[in-house]
Design a protein around this ligand. Structure first.
Ligand SMILES: [Zn+2]
Length: 105
């Protein structure tokens, strides 16, 4: 029960997040808009995930799912270094699936 309570505590309004993180409310709103922090709409206010705010300023260092190259992601959920990689990856995935389907027939 304690664990879930802590989970709830991490979701705070932008004003509280600003107070605890030292960011300006305006900065936090920008991060929300750019998808750099996890946020949920609750009525008319945004609830921000405090732990996601901790590393919002730093670029996300990730490895591209397609080419395996290291890159700086602009968003939390970015998986590919460029659009071309994203398209190639999904094309390959689709073709592989189709090949299996063709074999089954
Ligand atoms: Zn790539």
């Amino acid at each position: 029960m304690k664990e879930s309570q802590r989970e709830v505590d991490r979701w705070v309004t932008t004003a509280v997040a600003a107070e605890r993180s030292g960011f300006k409310v305006r900065t936090i709103r920008r991060y929300i808009r750019k998808g750099r922090v996890s946020a949920v709409m609750r009525g008319r206010v945004y609830l921000v995930n405090l732990s996601s705010l901790a590393h919002a300023k730093k670029p996300y260092h990730k490895r591209c799912l397609n080419c395996g190259k290291a890159f700086r992601a602009a968003r939390v959920n970015q998986k590919f270094c460029k659009d071309r990689c994203r398209i190639l990856y999904h094309n390959r995935k689709y073709r592989k699936k189709k090949r299996i389907m063709d074999k089954a027939e």
